[in-house]
Design a protein around this ligand. Structure first.
Ligand code: ADP
Length: 396
């Protein structure tokens, strides 16, 4: 049988990220982004594995119109051989513990989970429905960000809140970035010549969104994000953990309403809020070099909070086979990795500065100093994992 092609689709409220994944090649034959959907400026960008890039205006296109522009392109690059579509879905609630072939029941269940992810799940659904109409004969698979964390023990996923909030309203910790933590822990095990089913990892996914995870024998045992992707470490624009009384304090002291507080915590906080400059770690590192006090503080708080979260995740492990860095920051910033590891001396962690400097721009490897516990840089590849999960279901 020749190598199969899967189209991976990730729909946001006004965007679609896509990648054509071929099971035999590490590079995507075609990938791209449709953005500003539903506006006069809607545009489709794409890139071939040769590096050749192009874009096309698709004024007022919605998800379906953008996908219908994509179809001929994907088909021609795949030589008419597309075998399935993998859809990233942010929230699977407690219903979905693994990737699932999509049918009407699954669509209803994703829709029922929308109150837990009001920004994400409706957009994901829009994309799925449009793609199913355009490609009715292909198998469609949903891969959930939350599914990997459904193995958390109850003492890790419950909040110390009245029981009925969990039983009747699903208020619990779900965790996100599961596809990424799963992918990098499998890669780390193979790099270290260990069986994933018999190894223990700490993982730090540091991108615009950031989370940590404890992975034991291939299962997530704890993670820093909770009911929503706001909990946990400080991020690009998200606060991470704050005192839960902050809401009532701001309402009383400043007269803010829930919408203002939500916006502040999700869009104006994190390293952007602290620095007053940017949510982009590259910009902050450059500004720090030039003595910018806000950027310096933002980086210090970010690193301390990630380290503190990793130390907390260690409660879920009985041994540590390695600490994994991934995501745009984790894969590319020797400075951030060094600063995080400096806070984890109690775990005997220390980096080799040359190896740390070398692992950037897609280079994976071990970066610990000689004789110290493993620290690895592992580029994540959520699209590939989604394609593998989709193929896994086609084979089942
Ligand atoms: P997303 O969560 O949107 O997928 P990414 O995983 O691409 O985001 O991560 C984006 C973050 O990675 C940004 O803060 C960006 O500044 C950071 N980043 C990318 N390259 C570098 C670099 N060379 N040094 C420091 N940070 C970097």
């Amino acid at each position: 049988m020749s190598a199969r092609n899967i189209l991976v689709v990730n729909c946001g409220s006004s965007s679609i990220k896509f990648a054509l994944v071929n099971e035999a090649h590490s590079q995507f034959p075609l990938s791209g982004l449709a953005e500003r959907l539903g506006t006069a400026d809607a545009v489709l960008h794409w890139q071939r594995s040769s590096g050749e890039k192009d874009s096309m205006l698709i004024p007022n296109a919605d998800h379906r119109a953008a996908l219908s522009q994509l179809l001929p392109m994907v088909n021609s690059v795949a030589g008419g051989q597309l075998h399935g579509i993998g859809h990233r879905v942010v929230h699977g609630g407690e219903f979905f513990t693994q990737a699932t072939r999509i049918d009407h029941k699954v669509l209803s269940a994703i829709s029922a989970t929308a109150p837990l992810a009001p920004l994400h799940n409706p957009a994901n659904l829009q994309g799925i429905e449009a793609a199913m109409k355009l490609f009715p004969c292909l198998p469609h698979v949903a891969v959930f960000d939350t599914a990997f964390h459904q193995t958390l023990p109850e003492h890790a996923f419950r909040y110390a809140l009245p029981d009925h909030l969990y039983r009747q309203h699903g208020v619990r910790r779900y965790g996100f970035h599961g596809t990424s933590h799963r992918f990098v822990s499998h890669r780390a095990a193979s790099m270290a010549n260990l069986a994933v089913g018999d190894s223990s990892w700490l993982s730090a996914h540091l991108g615009n969104g950031c989370s940590t995870c404890a992975i034991v024998n291939g299962q997530s045992r704890d993670t820093s994000m909770g009911l929503t992707p706001l909990e946990g470490v400080a991020m690009g624009t998200r606060s991470g953990d704050v005192d839960p009384n902050l809401h009532s304090h701001l309402a009383r002291a400043l007269g803010w309403n829930l919408e203002q507080i939500d916006r502040m915590l999700n869009n104006d906080s994190g390293v952007k809020g602290l620095s007053g400059l940017s949510n982009d770690m590259r910009t902050l590192e450059q500004a720090r070099e030039q003595g910018h006090a806000g950027a310096t503080l933002a980086i210090e708080v970010f690193c301390y909070r990630v380290a503190k979260s990793l130390a907390a995740m260690a409660c879920a492990l009985s041994q540590l086979d390695g600490l994994i860095f991934t995501g745009g920051i984790g894969e590319n910033s020797p400075l951030i990795r060094r600063k995080i590891v400096e806070h984890l001396r109690l775990f005997n962690l220390e980096l080799d500065s040359e190896a740390n400097a070398r692992c950037i721009r897609g280079v994976s490897g071990f970066i610990q100093a000689y004789g110290r516990p493993r620290v690895l840089v592992v580029p994540t590849n959520e699209e590939r994992q989604i394609a593998l999960d989709t193929l896994g279901l086609l084979d089942a």
